[in-house]
Design a protein around this ligand. Structure first.
Ligand code: OAD
Length: 251
């Protein structure tokens, strides 16, 4: 934890808890940090993937064209990690919040399914989903939850073309359907926006959070570290999602 990090005071926790308790609609924008306590590595934090691996060689269309086997090996490795992981108290707190009668819409950069396995029902995966494949020829998307897909790269059962992970890579646009859903959310009511476990590296993450704030939502960041979004947040709760979310999502 950086020297700037500080444990959130009970008053800060209580301020957010009250805002969440009286909210009709909570928007959650989550990133790798929300799954860190489940044992799923982050990207940029110490121990994260991009500290030791080159994203250009693993998470681009160009890399897949050059070496689909290496790219698939990395995704199979990550499938294995996620298959062996379980939702942590942070994921569970968000699903309980939804069950308490509020709309809790989660826009996640995570490709894992831990929000869904915790019980959340409105989850928008803006960077794709680890358990889906896409045919590089026909574009057909299929769900496949096997950790290992057999011979790599796997091929499409109908046309024989290579299958790729249905993930949004660095040299690709965000999926338009998901972006439309996020824009629809932002046009409606949002009382609190919780930005959890993300470095907010991509401008659209900050822009969506700030748009909700501009329309009246309280912008809360949950992260043990400062990020580029921190100066814009109404409240920064500097702590791990697995402790902070259960504290602020309590009735
Ligand atoms: P990052 O790895 O960039 O950031 C993870 C954030 O989580 C950091 O700000 C950490 O401080 C924070 N964090 C770590 N442990 C935490 C905990 N227990 N509770 C709360 N926060 C914690 O991950 P993202 O911001 O999600 O894209 O990265 C966004 C995208 O960049 C990913 O979707 C991925 C990556 O490259 C692709 O692969 C295309």
């Amino acid at each position: 934890m950086s020297p700037e990090a500080e444990t959130p005071s009970p008053e800060m926790i209580d301020r957010v808890r009250r805002a969440v308790a009286s909210a009709e609609v909570v928007l959650v924008i989550s990133g790798a940090g929300v799954s860190a306590e489940s044992g799923v590595p982050t990207f940029r934090a110490p121990g994260g993937w991009w500290r030791k691996l080159d994203p250009k060689k693993l998470a681009t269309v160009a890399a897949f064209r050059t070496d689909p086997v290496t790219v698939w090996q990395w995704y199979e490795f990550r499938r294995g990690i996620v298959a062996g992981a379980a939702p942590n108290p942070g994921h569970i707190a968000l699903s309980r919040l939804e069950r308490s009668g509020r709309r809790v819409a989660i826009v996640t950069q995570n490709v894992d399914d831990l929000h869904e396995r915790a019980g959340s029902t409105e989850v928008i995966h803006i960077h794709g989903f680890l358990w889906r494949t896409r045919c590089t020829v026909e574009g057909k998307v299929s769900e496949d939850r096997r950790v290992s897909l057999g011979g790599l790269p796997p091929v499409c059962g109908s046309c024989g073309g290579n299958l790729r992970p249905d993930i949004v890579w660095f040299d690709e646009e965000l999926p338009s359907g998901e972006v439309t859903r996020v824009e629809g959310l932002l046009r409606g009511r949002v009382d609190v926006v919780l930005v959890v476990g993300t470095e907010a590296t991509f401008d659209y993450i900050s822009e969506w959070a700030i748009e909700a704030q501009r329309k009246g939502a309280m912008l809360v960041e949950v992260n043990p570290e400062r990020t580029q979004l921190s100066p814009r947040a109404d409240v920064c709760l500097r702590g791990p999602a697995g402790s902070v979310l259960p504290a602020v999502c309590r009735e």
